[in-house]
Design a protein around this ligand. Sequence first.
Ligand code: SF4
Length: 439
Amino acid sequence: MSRWDLVDGLIESYPDLPHEVVFKEDLLRGGVNFSEDALRVASGFKPKAYFIFSFDMVPIAEMKRDENLRCPEEICLSGGARDFRRTIVSVRLNPRSPYQVTLSESGRLVLTLEGREVCGVEFQSYPEYYRRSLTNGKPITDIAPTIEWGYLLYLTVFRKCQYFGKKIECQFCDINENYRQQKRTGRSYTAVKSVDEVLEALQIIADTDSDSRAYTVTGGSVTSILDGASESDFYSRYPEAIERRFPGRWISKVVVQAQPFDAVKRFKEAGVQIYHPNYEVWDPSLFEAICSGKAQYIGRNEWIERILQAADVFGTSCVIPNFVAGIEMSMPHGFRSVDEAIESTSEGLDYFMSHGIAPRFTTWCPEPLSVLGAGNPEGAPLEYHVRLTRRWRDLHRKHGLPTPPGYGRPGIGNAVFSVSSFMDVIEPVGECETRGHAV
Ligand code: SF4
């Protein structure tokens, strides 16, 4: 079966999903490559900043054309014979992908699949602040890059993880390996960002930009002490300082481990509005096998309990745990059938949503520098991703939950969330407010 047949077959089977979503999920799970002409054009647009993980399907050492320095952060799909509505997709480089961004005969940027045009492509313009550096010489793309078409400032303040080593780090994660490969290339890639660096970068952005609406403070887990502080003390320093300097300027979010109740309150007091204690995978035995550090230091039941407790601090809609969609089908531990994987993950979604908490997902990128990526270079089947997106939408509707705050406007043609399609399948709303929350 050709890839076109696979994609068209799924579009036909699930006509209630936007067709753009099927292509988006396929691009996210399998990556994209760029023709030399497209890379040349991309040099005038916003480049990929490697905001936390590599999110590539090939190590930088194997990129023959310096694609890591030349490709865009995201692409916007639009127009074409199928009349694509604007769809923002994170770029995951894969030189072997059947998808290519290239120039058409008339000189337009287009996306092709197996050599046939799918739709038009746009790159995001180069933000003014991307030209700026801090007084210590570090580029702003190191300290405060943006994703989601400029909506989200991504502050990975600790670029490594203390779950270190093949046995204890999450098996899908390449944060430590990616840090090493970025340093090898000579890119400015700060392991621990100081509060002052972050504030200086944000000042430049506050002075020059009006697109960013939210920031995320995140990084690897801290199992002991980092910079003299526990995980919650270390990560809460940043929103505390940001909110003191720029009160209410952006929606504030943190992605950290599931913390005890008092630590969660500490984040709230620091000015955090949205809390992401990511649980990664629902099935108990897969959580043990894939997230062994988290299982060992905190434990799955405690993790889940802490997610529920956090709703007492932040409110249900502002606790948004992420899971990595697709790892439940990775070998050697995962489900072998799409049906089983969907049922397992749906159980977790239903559980959290019945408590008013709407998880979100990131489409798994099988990065070769991670354990699971190396062993599962093809990732999960497209059918899985398409059916999961649909199931997420249906459960979200069934429980009558609001649009998750902190992601911008929902709906196909509006959404900017680029690493999965959950925002693309929510009913579009026109305003930038939903049920009392800024989005
Ligand atoms: S906790 Fe797991 S997913 Fe998070 S940075 Fe560490 S290894 Fe990666």
